[in-house]
Design a protein around this ligand. Structure first.
Ligand code: ZN
Length: 201
């Protein structure tokens, strides 16, 4: 009698029906495995890219701090900011080793837009704390009193910045070193907007 029952089950689920089911399951399993592998690879890649970006930022921050120290030393020695970045390199030739940002694919030979930077030395950074640029970077809110720019020691003044950390969008801020020696993200647009109400008063 039991054997008859088995035969009924076999009739209900014929062996031919089980074969396609197994194939379908194997395909789904394959897809799941492939999906997991792709997701894992994506995660590993994004983690690697993030780690590399963080390392670049740390390297760039250190470079900016070295540039800041060189600018301060120059100012102490000459009583003024360098006229051009060239003056800083002539004054402190060692500075050349920290003028290249690891995120700069041109290794300091070109500006962000692609224009060649024919300075005679390689540089990834925009140095703002230059004698001829000081009136411009203070956005007109400066006074020349007793032989010095009155607001030149404002801690919000940007001494140098790196544009290579915002290659996609121009609205993203740059990594900058300020007059107080701190390195933080800076956007020239937000700085201008933030300073206008204070200037009008
Ligand atoms: Zn940089």
């Amino acid at each position: 009698m039991k054997r008859q029952g088995w035969t009924l089950m076999e009739l209900l689920i014929p062996p031919k029906m089980t074969c396609p089911r197994r194939k379908a399951l194997t395909l789904i399993e394959l897809l799941i495995v492939v999906g997991i592998i792709v997701t894992l690879m994506g995660l590993i890649l994004s983690v690697t890219l993030l780690a590399r970006r963080m390392a670049y930022i740390a390297h760039c921050t250190n470079n900016l701090k070295q540039i800041y120290l060189a600018l301060k030393l120059y100012e102490e020695d000459y009583g003024a900011a360098p006229y051009l970045p060239h003056n800083l390199v002539y004054y402190k030739p060692d500075i050349a080793s920290v003028l290249i940002c690891p995120a700069d694919p041109t290794e300091g030979t070109r500006f962000l837009g692609g224009m060649p930077r024919n300075w005679g030395f390689r540089c990834s950074y925009e140095i703002l704390y230059l004698e001829f640029l000081i009136p411009v970077l203070l956005h007109g809110e400066f006074e020349y009193l007793d032989g010095t720019w009155r607001e030149r020691h404002d801690p919000n003044n940007v001494m140098a910045f790196c544009r290579w950390h915002r290659p996609v969008s121009s609205t993203k801020p740059d990594l900058a070193v300020f007059y107080d020696g701190s390195v933080r993200w800076w956007s020239s647009l937000s700085k201008r907007r933030g300073q206008k109400p204070e200037g009008k008063r």
